[in-house]
Ligand binder design. Structure first.
Ligand SMILES: [Zn+2]
Length: 80
């Protein structure tokens, strides 16, 4: 994963300056916590925690709801 350094630190004696973009394996992230921030390479996707579907609909109350688990009732969905 790609991360950006937010506080300078050393790797094997070498100073990693602020703002450096690193590629690090996920397992070394805990050691770097507080010093680096992950960089999103793609927009965040909604995934239903229950069925893992990525299809959502927007209710008239502004809530985003899983289409598989809770199909919209007639008139409950905001028209696209
Ligand atoms: Zn679902």
């Amino acid at each position: 994963m790609q991360v950006k350094v937010i506080t300078p630190f050393k790797i094997r004696g070498e100073i990693i300056p602020l703002g450096t973009v690193l590629r690090v394996p996920a397992e070394s992230m805990p050691k770097l916590a507080g010093r680096v921030v992950p960089i999103r390479t793609e927009p965040a996707k909604l995934i239903c925690y229950w069925c893992h579907s990525t299809e959502f609909w927007l209710s008239i109350y502004g809530r985003t709801i899983c289409r598989k688990c809770h199909p919209p009732a007639l008139g409950a969905e905001v028209a696209a």
